[in-house]
Design a protein around this ligand. Structure first.
Ligand SMILES: [Zn+2]
Ligand SMILES: [Zn+2]
Length: 379
């Protein structure tokens, strides 16, 4: 079965390109189903460069980062700033290493908290389902485990990790729509534990500068407005430079695929937040060029925001239709009708849950636990 590749799935090109004045697009390879590269943008100024979203953790990303920088006459020590649009590993991976090399400040939204176990506000999702072989890099399996871990952490954001046993206990709790019988295999739980203990320290950057909606950052010799755009994650930010019309859209708005919206979040209704953030971005005038984290730069940001919103409204309609056919059902049953089989898995379930919860919170659906402890929805 061969489908045309979407631009977000294209392999990372080694060539760098100047997409706007003093803004270089550098594609870094990522090994994630559905995505072939992540765009690290380098914003140049007299002091060196700021980079946006420096890829996955691991040596091959690092090699790509140094190679791309070199083409621009830069070395890691010239990077004075790392801005992370949101807390997914394909966006913050290189931050720790860059910080080590250059002491760069690390900027992210205030909700991006990986600093200490007592102040957790973890983040969900990743455009991942399925698994791949293990590599010395962070593999997709690891990242899935890692994201699962973050999901569980966030649901218990206010509870610090006290010790090994409480961590283990936390990790064995199934997702909110699942029942006690849906616990993970022990091997999976151990993988989460590995991330809870080793991975976190190694890969999670400590943010040195937190930003909020409306803050102004000076990068590439011009001023950028920070827009908080929760939805894809609770901590997602975009950057807008009204003067040149450049807009760094991260994963909030991608050119040809719809960003994943997971249901496990400390946002009460992630889909509603996403709609709000899409409207907010769609209303901005003075956008000439959107620079997404995956895929090519594009022009019609407002149009793209509208299409993504429409897509989710279609999905909600689809769910209403499914409910008519199957009546009361759990998240897994809705997911299996909403998604094609090749996409079935945790991420699809999480996205289905986000849509069902959106309907429930709009009082269109009711939910309760069945005899297995699973959430069942009735629309
Ligand atoms: Zn993302
Ligand atoms: Zn991404």
């Amino acid at each position: 079965m061969s489908r045309p590749k979407r631009q977000e799935q294209e392999d990372a090109s080694e060539e760098i390109s100047e997409v706007a004045k003093d803004i270089l697009r550098m594609q870094l390879p990522i090994r994630i189903p559905g995505l072939g590269h992540v765009n690290m943008y380098a914003l140049l100024d007299d002091d060196g460069a700021a980079v946006i979203d420096p890829g996955l953790p691991g040596p091959s990303t690092w090699e790509a980062i140094t190679h791309r920088l070199k083409q621009a006459g830069l070395e890691p020590r010239h990077v004075h700033t790392v801005l992370i649009t949101h807390s997914h590993p394909d966006h913050f991976g290189g931050a720790v290493r860059i910080h080590k090399e250059s002491g760069a400040r690390i900027i992210a939204h205030r909700a991006f908290h990986f600093g200490g176990p007592s102040k957790q506000k973890r983040h969900t999702g990743l455009h991942v389902h399925g698994s791949e072989d293990h590599h010395s890099e962070a593999s997709v399996d690891d990242l899935t485990a890692h994201m699962e871990l973050l999901e569980r952490d966030r649901r218990r954001a206010e509870r610090p990790i006290r010790n090994f046993f409480s961590t283990l206990k936390r990790l064995t709790t199934p997702a909110p729509w699942k029942g006690p019988a849906d616990r993970r295999a022990i091997s999976e739980r151990l993988r989460w534990l590995r991330f809870a203990t080793i991975g976190r320290k190694k890969f999670f950057p400590a943010v040195t500068h937190h930003v909020e909606h409306g803050d102004v950052l000076k990068l590439a010799r011009r001023e950028w407005f920070v827009l908080h755009t929760p939805g894809h994650t609770a901590d997602h930010v975009c950057l807008h430079d009204p003067e040149t019309g450049a807009f760094l859209s991260g994963d909030h708005i991608l050119p040809s695929i719809t960003p994943h919206i997971g249901g496990v979040s400390y946002l009460p209704d992630p889909l509603k937040s996403f709609f709000y953030s899409l409207d907010r971005v769609g209303e901005i005038r003075d956008v000439d060029l959107a620079l997404p984290a995956h895929g090519h730069p594009f022009h019609d940001l407002a149009g793209r925001a509208r299409s993504i919103k429409e897509h989710h409204h279609e999905r909600l309609n689809e769910i209403r239709k499914i409910a008519k056919q199957i009546g009361r059902a759990d998240v897994n049953s809705f997911m299996k009708r909403l998604f094609r089989e090749r996409s079935w898995g945790d991420m699809a379930e999480s996205e289905t849950y986000a849509h069902l919860e959106h309907l429930r919170l709009a009082r269109e659906a009711e939910a309760h636990r069945d005899e297995h402890g699973r959430l069942v929805y009735e629309i």
